[in-house]
Design a protein. Structure first.
Length: 100
């Protein structure tokens, strides 16, 4: 079994594999959704650092816990519009949601 795994790893071009998987609509949709979530998470992390806030300090401003902020920044927390609006207020930004 280990030898078969090594052979598969050695011979498989990940780009080609991914392209093949993207032909499946469900896979493409899941990938796109996670990518968007990670982009938002990255922006929140960047804004927090620009404002020189710790996760704990941001959590206090949002009336939540540090662990929730950590999950948000890792992309492991679903965002509600209310949460995103509160974040925008903390960072003195406007929230813009659009369908493109």
């Amino acid at each position: 079994m280990a030898q078969k795994y090594k052979q598969l790893t050695k011979d498989t071009d990940f780009g080609r594999y991914l392209k093949q998987q993207f032909k499946k609509p469900a896979i493409r949709e899941a990938y796109d959704e996670e990518g968007l979530k990670l982009e938002i998470a990255y922006e929140i992390n960047k804004l927090r650092k620009e404002h020189r806030l710790t996760q704990g300090e941001l959590a206090l401003k949002l009336n939540t816990t540090q662990s929730v902020i950590a999950r948000i920044e890792q992309g492991n927390q679903n965002f509600t519009l209310d949460t995103l609006q509160k974040l925008a207020q903390v960072f003195n930004k406007s929230l813009k949601v659009e369908f493109a």
